[in-house]
Design a protein around this ligand. Structure first.
Ligand code: OXD
Length: 313
C-alpha cells in the first residue's frame, strides 16, 4: 500500500485528505499530526506539503517524493532539514496560469485605461472624457517565462501591448520578443513602462525589483509583483513612487505575510494590494495532478515538475 502524508499550513487538511484519498483508493492518505509519533502512518512514501512543519521530515524518513502545493518552492528549499536526496515536485499550472493572466491583465488594463481615475470621477459626479491612451505607450517587461509567465505574456500580447519577455535562459514564445541574461534584462526594462515579476525566488532574483533596475523603466511606470515579496526592495519602490518615476504598484506578495499593520504600503495612495491571491491553488485540479504523478512514479514512469535544486525551481 502507498502511504501519503499531507502537511500544509492553513486551510482544512481534512478536506484535502478526503479528496486525495477518494482519488487514490489504493493508498492510505493521512494528515500529519504533530507530537505523537506514528499516528499519521509514519514513514510515508510521499508527502504533500505547503510550508510544512520541520518535524515532518524527522518523522518521515523514507519519502520517495515531496509534492509542493504551489508553483514556488523557495520556502520549502530553504528548510534546513529538507531531505537532500528526495525529489521535490512543484505544482505545474493546475489552473494557476489562467488566474495569473487574468490578474495581471486586469491590473495592466486598469492602469492603461485610467480606470482608477474614471472611478474617482464617478465618485465626484464628474462626466469627464480623458484623452485616449495608446498601447504602444505601455510596453511591458514580463520577468519569468515559465508556464505561468508565458501565459501572462501571451495574454498581454493578445491585447496588443508590446511585450518583452525575460528569463535567465533563452526562451522562445510566439508573438513575444524574448530576451535573456543580464544584458537582456537591461534591454527589456529600458524599453518598458510596465514590469511584471513572475520569477521564481532564487539568490539571483532576490531583490531584482530594486532601485537600479526600476529606474531603467520609462517614466510614469507600473510595477506588478505576483511572485514573491523578496523580489522587491520595499524602500526603493516607495522612493520611486514618491519621486514620480513610478506611477503605481500592484502587489500581491510581500516580504512578510500578512503584511504588518505598520508597513507604509498600507497607506500609500499609489499602491494597490491583494493578500497573495493572484493565483490560488485549486484543490480539485491540484489533487488530480498530484495523484496522477504518484501513480506514474509507482509505475516507474517519469513525471514533470521535478525541481532542479541547483537552479532553485
Ligand atoms: C505558489 C504560490 O507558489 O501560491 O504557487 O505562491
Amino acid at each position: 500500500m502507498t502511504d501519503i502524508v499531507f502537511c500544509a499550513k492553513g486551510g482544512d487538511a481534512g478536506v484535502w485528505v478526503r479528496e486525495l484519498a477518494a482519488l487514490m483508493p489504493q493508498a492510505r492518505v493521512q494528515a500529519f499530526a504533530s507530537g505523537e509519533p506514528g499516528n499519521d502512518g509514519a514513514a510515508a512514501d510521499y508527502a504533500v506539503v505547503w510550508t510544512p512543519a520541520a518535524e515532518l521530515f524527522e518523522r518521515h524518513t523514507r519519502l520517495k517524493a515531496i509534492f509542493n502545493l504551489g508553483a514556488g518552492v523557495d520556502a520549502l528549499l530553504a528548510m534546513p532539514n529538507l531531505p537532500k536526496n528526495v525529489s521535490v515536485v512543484r505544482l505545474g499550472d493546475a489552473g494557476m496560469s489562467v488566474q495569473m493572466a487574468e490578474y495581471v491583465t486586469h491590473a495592466v488594463i486598469r492602469f492603461t485605461r485610467e480606470l482608477d481615475r474614471y472611478e474617482n470621477d464617478t465618485r465626484e459626479l464628474h462626466w469627464r472624457l480623458r484623452k485616449p491612451t495608446l498601447r504602444r505607450d505601455f510596453p511591458i517587461a514580463v520577468l519569468g517565462l515559465g508556464v505561468i509567465g508565458a501565459r501572462v505574456a501571451q495574454s498581454l500580447a493578445g491585447f496588443e501591448f508590446p511585450v518583452f519577455g525575460w528569463s535567465r535562459n533563452a526562451r522562445s514564445i510566439a508573438g513575444i520578443e524574448c530576451l535573456h541574461g543580464e544584458g537582456g534584462l537591461d534591454r527589456a526594462l529600458a524599453q518598458s513602462r510596465i514590469v511584471v515579476c513572475i520569477l521564481p525566488l532564487t539568490p539571483d532574483t532576490d531583490s531584482i525589483l530594486c532601485r537600479r533596475n526600476l529606474e531603467k523603466l520609462l517614466p510614469g511606470g507600473l510595477v506588478i509583483n505576483v511572485a514573491r515579496g523578496a523580489h522587491l526592495v520595499d524602500e526603493d519602490l516607495l522612493a520611486l513612487l514618491d519621486s514620480g518615476h513610478l506611477a503605481r504598484a500592484v502587489l500581491d506578495v510581500f516580504r512578510e505575510e500578512p503584511l504588518p499593520a505598520e508597513h507604509p504600503f498600507w497607506k500609500h495612495p499609489a499602491i494597490v494590494m491583494t493578500p497573495h491571491i493572484s493565483a490560488r491553488t485549486l484543490r480539485a485540479a491540484t489533487l488530480e495532478q498530484i495523484s496522477e504523478k504518484i501513480r506514474r512514479l509507482e509505475q516507474g514512469l517519469p513525471i514533470e515538475g521535478i525541481v532542479d535544486r541547483m537552479q532553485g525551481y
